[in-house]
Design a protein around this ligand. Structure first.
Ligand SMILES: O=C(O)CCC(=O)C(=O)O
Ligand SMILES: [Fe+2]
Length: 269
């Protein structure tokens, strides 16, 4: 049975010392009840509007980042991975102005900001376990490895997850190796075969997620998504990610080229 990481106290007006200490040690923190179920529903409606627009216009990429399409349980075409969704929706853009995101910047320090125009912007992952789905799991990786592919120095980077579905960890979901943000660069690159290795690890932890929860993980931590043991509707898992980054401002535009790491995307299914 996979170990479940204890959730923190809720995110209040300021990060507590205990929250900061725990994050520094583990490289991950789980805040319960960040937004209400009503807000979750409102955000999903906004995401669906973006999806309808992209399907209608046959959009393939956003700022050089490929959009992953797939099929839902009812046979309809859906977007399974969005990038820069915030740039296509005033509702999503406004949501990212919640001052509580600002508090999380303290976990990185000087120059930290939400990556609304950088990296992949606001990502939305939509997993569903059916034969025709293109997206049911994700192999082990660190988010920082993408910086290496891009030939950049590794700068601090956190990924903030806004979870839109309940996830009983016994059935699947996010898995992470706590403390791996303290590893050497060698281990960050080679501890596992990035994106290819989908095997469980004796030291991994899972999360008991309720829709509306927030997780924050250090981009250097190894993590993966375990495929749901359920199929169809019961396997649906929707989560949005916005990065917190530091260093030189490097916005992407419609002229940005496609990053090499996206060539791995066919391995993710
Ligand atoms: O879906 C998740 O919870 C994790 C996704 C992920 O690791 C990624 O998109 O880099
Ligand atoms: Fe990731």
């Amino acid at each position: 049975m996979v170990k479940i990481i204890a959730s923190s106290t809720p995110l209040g007006a300021q990060l507590t010392e205990a929250q900061k200490r725990s994050f520094a040690e583990l490289g991950v923190i789980h805040f319960p009840g960040f937004i209400s179920r009503q807000t979750v529903a409102d955000l999903w409606r906004a995401v669906e509007a973006v999806q309808a627009d992209w399907i209608a216009t046959g959009r393939e990429k956003v700022n050089g980042v490929p959009i992953k399409y797939g099929t839902d349980t009812d046979g309809r075409k859906i977007v399974q991975r969005f990038a820069f969704a915030n740039q296509f929706s005033p509702v999503l853009a406004e949501f990212l102005k919640d001052p509580r995101f600002g508090e999380l910047l303290d976990l990185v320090g000087t120059g930290a900001r939400l990556g609304i125009n950088e990296k992949d912007g606001l990502v939305v992952n939509h997993y569903v376990n059916i034969d025709a789905s293109q997206f049911t799991q994700m192999g082990w990786h660190t988010d920082s490895v993408r910086d290496i592919f891009l030939g950049k120095r590794i700068l601090p980077m956190l990924n903030v997850g806004i979870h839109l579905d309940d996830q009983d960890p016994r059935n699947g979901g996010l898995r992470l190796l706590p403390g791996t943000h303290h590893q050497s660069k060698w281990n960050m690159l080679f501890r596992k075969k990035s994106f290819v290795d989908t095997k469980e690890d004796p030291n991994e932890v899972a999360f008991d997620i309720h829709a509306g929860d927030l997780t924050v993980h250090d981009g250097r931590c190894w993590h993966r998504v375990q495929r749901s043991s359920l199929v169809g509707e019961a396997s649906r898992r929707r989560v949005m990610y916005i990065p917190i980054i530091a260093g030189k401002y490097t916005p992407k535009t419609e002229h940005s080229s496609t990053p090499i790491y996206h060539r791995f995307q066919h391995l993710v299914k």
